[in-house]
Design a protein around this ligand. Structure first.
Ligand SMILES: [Zn+2]
Length: 425
């Protein structure tokens, strides 16, 4: 007798099996035959995946689109200016309400682990207070990891350094930074060094907005890899964006990537935002603005797609759907072979779980019983359809269900319904 059985689903690797759940753990993965359970969820023919993981988000800004105005130019810098205006007028209750609403969306999309940056350039640290509260409120269904993020520059903003340290004292999980936004390259490099030292002293992970620019001379990733190794932070450091790498000299990159491998840097490209914000100073040819994803993967670097923004000063769309993110990444990085498309699915599940250091993640006996059932037969079909999440289970509990969205056809001589699944109508 199990608490819950998910029967007959297809795992991302193609195996078909039943999943037996007791409490918040997966306790059996096999043909469970006539075994009984408090509840049985039928998944025959459907993909069963571990939950989606977003390694890069801004939950303090999400769902604020239009407040106090929209970003007219659509640029990164106007977005940062607009966020500065919004910070003056927002309240802690606003931030909590928007973040909780976003977490509802995430839960319904099977997005059950999110690393969110939280702006520490605010003497009140209102966003930090708000998201610490939200982290506690959603903990039974979403792993929310917070990054202390000095949006206006760790050194460039006069009180950012003190406030970032204060945010870490308050319980923010990860050390952030934005070296390319400091006043000089030297200040940027110094900020990487000091922030990595702070992380090493406190035993924390690091995740920097790093080289989010089209300037090929923005090379803070080199310093980040160097400091990671010097301070023995291997595997616990992430470089977010890394867009300047798209325009770096090939010879330089041939030296840089092995340094990243040595430091076990995790890379987080954010394709929706990168394709929208980068290349804004170009006429034609116009750069795509995405870092070297395939090249990093080929070197064995852990790379995962991040979402970054939903309905905020930088991005006017978004749905908490990591399949949207992977779909965009697949196109921009030209990852179109069957193997590459499967990798894109891994990049929003297992690769991102590794970046966040999630314990007990995955579909195996002993893992946490968190999973998603999709209206798709395999990971590639899930990407193609950005498939509905039929059922989302978090820590052994069904937290969201969506009915299949088959269309009814009224066409003489054609089937009555259509689902757009390959081989299934
Ligand atoms: Zn970001």
């Amino acid at each position: 007798m199990f608490d819950l059985i998910v029967r007959g689903g297809t795992l991302p690797d193609g195996r078909v099996c039943d999943i037996g759940i007791q409490g918040d753990r997966i306790v059996a993965m096999d043909d469970l035959g006539a075994a009984t359970a408090g509840r049985v969820v039928e998944a025959a023919g459907d993909l069963v995946s571990p939950p989606f993981v977003d390694p890069h988000f801004h939950m303090d800004a999400t769902l604020s689109y239009g407040l106090p105005r929209i970003n007219a130019s659509g640029t990164l810098l106007e977005g940062i200016g607009l966020w500065g205006e919004l910070k003056q007028v927002m309240t802690q209750d606003d931030v909590v309400a928007r973040a909780l609403q976003y977490c509802d969306w995430a839960a319904s999309m099977g997005l059950l682990a999110i690393r969110s940056h939280v702006d520490t350039c605010d003497d009140r640290l209102l966003g930090v207070e708000a998201l610490l509260d939200v982290r506690e409120r959603v903990k039974h269904y979403i792993d929310l990891q917070l990054v202390a993020f000095p949006q206006d520059g760790f050194y460039r903003d006069p009180t950012a350094r003190a406030n970032t340290i204060r945010a870490l004292d308050m319980g923010v999980d990860v050390v952030g930074g934005i070296p390319h936004f400091e006043r000089t390259m030297a200040d940027g490099a110094a900020s990487v060094t000091e922030l990595c030292e702070i992380a090493a002293e406190r035993g924390l992970m690091v995740d920097m907005h790093c080289d989010e620019t089209d300037d090929p001379m923005s090379r803070h990733i080199e310093t980040l890899a160097y400091e990671t190794r010097r301070l023995n932070l291997q595997g616990r450091v992430a470089g977010s964006h890394l867009t300047s790498m798209h325009s770096m000299d090939n010879y330089y990159v041939s030296k840089l990537l092995p340094l990243m491998v040595e430091a076990e840097i995790n890379a987080i490209p954010n394709p929706l935002i990168n394709i929208v914000l980068q290349g804004r100073h170009d006429s034609f040819p116009k750069r795509r603005g995405l870092t070297r994803v395939r090249e990093m993967l080929a070197m064995g670097i852990n790379v995962g797609w991040g979402q970054d923004c939903v309905l905020d000063p930088w991005y006017s769309l978004g749905t908490a759907d990591m399949l949207d993110v992977a779909f965009m990444g697949l196109h921009v990085a030209q990852m179109t072979s069957p193997q590459d498309m499967r990798t894109c699915f891994d990049m929003v599940t297992v690769n991102n779980a590794r970046t966040l250091g999630l314990a007990d993640y995955g579909l195996h006996v002993g893992a946490r019983a968190s999973l998603v059932i999709l209206d798709a037969g395999d990971p590639i079909e899930a990407l193609r359809l950005r498939a509905n999440r039929l059922c989302v289970i978090a820590n052994g509990k069904v937290i969201s269900e969506t009915p299949r969205a088959d269309a009814t056809l009224n066409l003489p001589g054609r089937p009555d319904t259509v689902r757009r699944r390959h081989g299934a109508g």
